[in-house]
Design a protein around this ligand. Structure first.
Ligand SMILES: [Fe+2]
Length: 294
């Protein structure tokens, strides 16, 4: 995420979510809640706030090579060459989907010693993309990135998985291509409550929606804004897909109650929330192009 004031943004993530900074270099903070080197990158940018990319881990360097033709055939574009030199990972490739959403495919995430005792999420879980035309995005997720279908709610929303979690990605019909939200797995409703208390007590900030339970994914949820206005979801009890679970993908009725099993339909603040896509810039000079090395 590109943030206006790095110190303030890091402070929000560490105070409210309990994230731990593992490294800060060149105006970029690397934050984690587990043994992965980072689950979130905050990049200081005083000119443009928005989301820089969505990180997707692949098996190995060979997968980055085979991704290129797949990405193009599925309606996306490859940005630059495979590069290395970034803290915490081996190498990566930037790609852009048909709606303009930017993904960093990477391999070789380093591990760090587990953070000490603290109240923090279990892991980074999923992102939700807003798009003007959802079909090309869905095709790109499926054919370009290898996601598999989970659930659908008419033409308005669909959910996609790449591992046991019911969704690692969601696509929502919207007037503009943006990031709807980014989501963390938390232990349970009690941990959501503790985070909501920290928001209220420390910053006099309220939740946008929740706590409640979604239909698709069956997860408990709460939503609020981070320091720069991007929407965060806390997620617990997410359905698990086979072979680790027994969830059956399905089509849901086009109704506001589909996405809220306990209470009221989403408020306008939730529907309108969006964090802009920062258009990709050339690969930084300190990195080494890896093209042709394999
Ligand atoms: Fe979500």
């Amino acid at each position: 995420m590109r943030v206006r004031d790095l110190d303030a943004a890091v402070e929000f993530q560490t105070e409210i979510l309990g994230l731990v900074e593992t490294e800060r270099v060149g105006g970029v903070s690397y934050l984690t809640c587990n043994e992965r080197h980072h689950e979130l990158m905050l990049i200081e940018d005083r000119e443009q706030v928005g989301y820089d990319h969505i990180g997707l881990e692949v098996d190995d360097a060979a997968t980055l090579e085979t991704a290129r033709p797949r990405i193009k055939a599925a309606g996306g574009r490859v940005i630059g060459d495979i590069f290395d030199g970034e803290p915490g990972i081996d190498r990566a490739l930037l790609v852009q989907g048909p709606s303009g959403h930017v993904f960093k495919l990477f391999c070789g995430m380093e591990t760090v010693p587990a953070p000490g005792p603290g109240d923090r999420p279990i892991k980074f879980e999923h992102v939700s993309l807003k798009a003007l035309k959802t079909k090309p995005v869905e095709r790109f997720l499926q054919d370009g990135l290898g996601f598999r279908f989970s659930d659908r709610m008419g033409p308005f929303a669909s959910w996609w998985h790449c591992d046991a979690d019911h969704h690692g990605m969601a696509v929502v019909l919207a007037p503009k291509a943006e990031l709807s939200h980014y989501a963390w797995t938390v232990e349970d409703l009690n941990q959501m409550g503790r985070i909501a208390d920290k928001l209220k007590q420390g910053r006099d900030q309220k939740l946008i929606w929740g706590p409640s339970r979604h239909g698709p994914g069956n997860n408990q949820f709460s939503y609020f804004l981070d320091h720069d206005g991007a929407m965060i979801e806390l997620c617990a009890d997410l359905a698990q897909m086979p072979p680790d679970g027994d969830y059956v993908a399905r089509e849901w009725p086009n109704s506001p109650t589909t996405i809220n099993q306990w209470g009221a339909p989403p408020p306008l603040k939730f529907i309108r929330a969006g964090f802009p896509i920062v258009q990709p810039r050339p690969v930084a000079a300190h990195t080494t192009a890896m093209a042709g090395s394999r």
